[in-house]
Design a protein around this ligand. Structure first.
Ligand SMILES: Cc1ncc(C[n+]2csc(CCOP(=O)(O)OP(=O)(O)O)c2C)c(N)n1
Ligand SMILES: [Mg+2]
Length: 581
């Protein structure tokens, strides 16, 4: 069958099971858009308002559904607008295929109109990228791109397609068969030796802790994690992207670890005699000071990406393999564990922290506090919504006060910390999982970075509820200024538009909430509307995310919420300022 390169793109996407793409047209990608006309009954194209939105939507789609998200844009500025989204997906191992138009092959290198060296620009923020110089390479390249995006450690793959390649006719034969790439063979199983070495440490441990990360969900190892933890009676600390891998009220779960993690989890890590790190990468936000990190423990690390082994933390047993496969290898050989004393000790830390827990038990004193808003949304949605956060204080409070029981129901930019991610990623998530109750929980700063997508939400009638936690500040930066920079609030007070009027302008139902007593009615109202809604929660500015391990400090040296009636920070204290990262 004779097809153009443009038609081949859509034929191949359909073969990969793609039913929605997020994109924005332009000159260099116009042949592909023209050909889309013929495929519109099989592929839904979502016209975004900025290409960054397309990249986050494709990412949110992928994280929520487990399928590959697809974005498409034109050359030059269209492609460069995708870069933040690619970097975000790369850091959090989210599978995406991004197609960009490029100037014609004959013009490449001439500084042609809207020419950018896109494979050059995106090389460090993609798992792999391609410039397709001949139409006969196109179909195979697309197959390979999907294979690379979704296998091993998933990630974003970019395909740059010059305009003349899109226009050229060729005989199209779909490349069936398996993809064989000699230089890319993601590992599966562990060696027997690795398994035995790990089991020896596991059976000898008295104070073990599992560190559960995003890899659990990426590998589909939730059931194996639970069996492993229950059999060995090993407590589980979660990374922020590990939330949802196991119900948070499971008796073995001791909370999120790291900079704003649960005190009990951080103390347990520091006092452990064995860390079992599963699909996580010892980010500096979870380890704190590496020199004092979990000083007396042996360490086992199971990771699909060999470059993560011994990168930040030196381990005793490093296993390069697929997590579900490796855990399945271990399970039949595991001996039942009993760590009663250790679990009681951790329980005591948890109870002590609960006493300081303002979000759950603190008196609101008639004011509206962000932790209460999140805790209330969690209760009102029965902890069963698919939430997508932006980046900042509200993100950490979501992680602390919204408990997730199912995988892929808490999406957040963990590695890159991309403000502007939350709202578009939530829209993509809704496309991926139409039956989920999707909430975007965003700050007043980050939301303003991508709020142009309100028009997309309206045009597509995407049923996403947006909760803006408006503290009139770039709150997380303000928190650092308050603690470490003598309250010099440079460039952090931020104004917002009138969000109710903004909703009106976009024809999106919107409400402002200023009292805690209004939260319930507003949340129920938003959920009753089929289509996008916007809730602005006007919360107290002067609040701090506790606990906090200052950047570079020892993980156990957490700043804790003062046990006073006033939930804000005690400024008479002298906060140390280690050289912050
Ligand atoms: C694109 C981008 N720019 C800057 C930052 C640095 N940063 C991290 S949190 C934050 C403040 C976020 O403010 P807001 O969205 O209002 O959320 P809040 O912390 O107030 O909840 C900033 C500026 C970032 N993470 N991403
Ligand atoms: Mg804010």
């Amino acid at each position: 069958m004779q097809l153009t390169g443009a038609q081949i793109i859509w034929e191949c996407l359909i073969k990969e099971g793609v039913d929605v793409v997020f994109g924005y047209p332009g000159g260099a990608i116009l042949p592909a858009y023209d050909a889309l006309h013929q495929y519109e009954d099989r592929i839904h194209h979502v016209l975004v308002r900025h290409e960054q939105g397309a990249s986050h939507m494709a990412d949110g789609y992928a994280r929520a559904s487990g399928r590959v998200g697809v974005a498409i844009a034109t050359s030059g500025p269209g492609a460069t607008n995708l870069v933040t989204g690619l970097a975000t997906a790369m850091m959090d191992s989210s599978p995406m295929v991004v197609i960009t138009g490029q100037v014609p092959t004959t013009a490449i290198g001439s500084d042609a109109f809207q020419e950018t060296d896109v494979t050059g620009v995106t090389l460090p923020v993609t798992k792999h990228n391609y410039l397709v110089m001949h139409v006969d390479e196109l179909a195979y390249t697309i197959r390979e791109a999907f294979h690379i995006a979704r296998t091993g450690r998933p990630g974003p793959v970019l395909i740059d397609v010059p305009k003349d390649v899109q226009k050229t006719l060729t005989e199209f034969v779909y490349p069936e068969g398996t993809i064989e790439l000699p230089g890319y063979q993601p590992p599966k199983a562990a060696t027997e030796r690795d398994i035995d070495d790990a089991l020896e440490l596991i059976h000898a441990a008295k104070r073990p802790v599992i560190l559960a990360g995003h890899g659990i969900t990426m590998s589909g190892a939730e059931k194996e994690l639970r069996q492993f933890a229950e059999m060995t009676q090993t407590p589980i600390a979660l990374t922020i992207l590990g939330k949802g891998t196991i119900p948070e009220d499971h008796p073995m779960v001791i909370g999120m670890m790291g900079m704003h993690g649960a005190a009990a989890a951080n103390h347990a890590i520091q006092e452990a005699d064995l860390l079992i790190a599963l699909g996580m990468r010892f980010d500096d936000r979870v380890t704190g000071n590496l020199k004092t990190y979990s000083p007396n423990s042996k360490k086992i690390h199971v990771e699909i990406d060999p470059s993560e082994l011994n990168k930040n933390v030196k381990v005793d047993v490093g296993i390069n393999g697929d997590l579900a496969t490796v855990l399945r290898q271990m399970l039949p050989k595991l001996q039942d564990g009993n760590h009663k004393e250790w679990l009681i000790r951790i329980r005591e830390w948890m109870e002590e922290a609960d006493g300081l827990d303002f979000g759950r038990h603190g008196d609101d004193q008639g004011k509206l506090w962000a932790p209460h808003v999140i805790a209330d949304i969690c209760e009102l949605t029965k902890g069963d919504a698919l939430t997508v956060t932006d980046v900042g204080q509200h993100q950490m409070w979501e992680a602390q006060y919204y408990t997730h029981d199912r995988p892929r129901t808490m999406l957040t930019s963990g590695g890159l910390g991309t403000m502007g991610f939350g709202f578009p990623a939530a829209m993509g998530a809704k496309f991926g999982m139409p039956d989920e109750n999707v909430w975007a929980i965003v700050g007043d700063g980050g939301f303003q970075m991508t709020l142009c997508e309100l028009a997309t939400a309206r045009q597509e009638n995407i049923n996403v509820n947006i909760a803006i936690i408006n503290n009139s500040f770039l709150g997380m930066v303000r928190q650092w200024q308050k603690m470490f920079h003598d309250e010099r609030y440079t460039a952090t007070p931020i104004t917002s538009p009138d969000y109710v009027k903004l909703g009106e302008a976009y024809d999106i139902p919107a409400r402002r909430i200023t009292k805690r007593s209004e939260v319930e009615d507003a949340v129920k109202w938003a959920e009753s509307i089929d289509g996008p809604t916007l809730l602005e929660f006007v919360v107290e500015t002067d609040d701090i995310v506790y606990p906090m391990v200052p950047a570079g400090a020892d993980l156990h040296n957490m700043i804790r919420r003062p046990a006073t009636a006033d939930p804000t920070m005690d400024n008479s204290r002298d906060w140390t300022n280690p050289d912050a990262v």
